[in-house]
Design a protein around this ligand. Structure first.
Ligand code: FES
Length: 283
């Protein structure tokens, strides 16, 4: 049987669904196995999944995770936080945001989970070669910064600037193994009081390139900062996705240039992104 998901084509056989993009890259829907799961901050969960998809995963990409509750056929997009060294397992760190993610949080070691991936373009790590870089994560935009810090070239000077609500500093130790970490908290309990922009100012930090993921106000501030300083910023808009597979059109963002395919000033975050050059999107 064949079906259309957005502009992509799905071909189903008995056990797999392959989604073939225009550029013929394949994405696989597979059944994977949960290796471990724990709550690392209130309503924030850390799950390792054994999967062959890890072999081709990169920082800034995400996977679609399917709830077993079939009231919706659409997966939940969740960013990749880490790929293990053997490249046979993925780590996802996610916040409970609804029924689907609440269900995922109940999974335990040995449970099976259906996932689709890997999805999205990922961060252009080559842009950081020999550069001084900010890796900026806010809230649930922090997890992709871990794999990014691991993948950036050895010649990159990594300043990891992360913004939390309070002293629940999930992933802090992992980030510290991969760069110099600066913390901002909304309640001022740790680091700079305020947001990631306040932390840059308080610590007199500078960069040639920025990579960022987080809520829209943070990304807007980063876009403005990068324009003023005339530096490149690559921002991941992944918090603004719904289905993650091009089917719901809930993730459209305005772009500066017209799309060569549809000839409109629009892009779908899930299929054209989630990472964009900040200059190219109107947010
Ligand atoms: Fe559904 Fe992009 S089309 S999130």
């Amino acid at each position: 049987a064949q079906c259309l998901v957005g502009s992509e084509m799905c071909i189903r056989d008995r056990s797999l669904i392959y989604i073939i993009e225009k550029d013929n890259k394949m994405k696989k829907k597979i059944t994977a196995t949960v290796l471990s799961q724990k709550e690392i901050a209130p309503r924030i969960f850390d799950m390792w999944i054994a999967t062959e998809l890890a072999a081709c995963a990169k920082a800034g990409q995400f996977i679609g995770v399917y709830p077993k509750d079939r009231s919706t056929l659409l997966p939940r997009p969740i960013s990749i936080c880490q790929v293990n060294d053997k490249k046979d397992a993925l780590r996802i760190v996610y916040r409970i945001a609804g029924q689907g993610t609440a269900e995922f949080s109940s999974y335990q070691e040995g449970d099976s989970v259906e996932i689709l991936g890997t999805l999205g373009n990922g961060f252009p790590t080559e842009a950081a070669e020999g550069k001084k870089v900010f890796l900026m994560g806010g809230g649930i935009g922090i997890p992709p910064m871990l794999e990014l810090a691991r993948e950036l070239p050895a010649s990159t000077e990594k300043q990891i600037i992360v913004g939390y609500r309070d002293d629940q500093l999930f992933l802090k130790e992992d980030l510290e193994k991969n760069g110099t970490v600066y913390i901002a908290t909304e309640d001022g309990s740790v680091g700079t009081k305020g947001n990631v922009m306040n932390a840059i100012e308080a610590n007199h930090l500078q960069a040639d390139v920025i990579f960022a993921c987080g809520p829209m106000p943070m990304l807007r501030a980063i876009k403005k900062y990068a324009e003023e300083k005339k530096i490149k910023a690559y921002i991941s808009l992944e918090e603004h996705m719904a289905c993650g597979v091009g089917a719901c059109l809930g993730c459209v963002v305005k772009t500066k240039e017209v799309d060569h395919h549809s000839h409109v000033h629009n892009a779908r975050i899930c299929t054209d992104g989630p990472v964009f050059d900040a200059e190219e999107v109107e947010i």
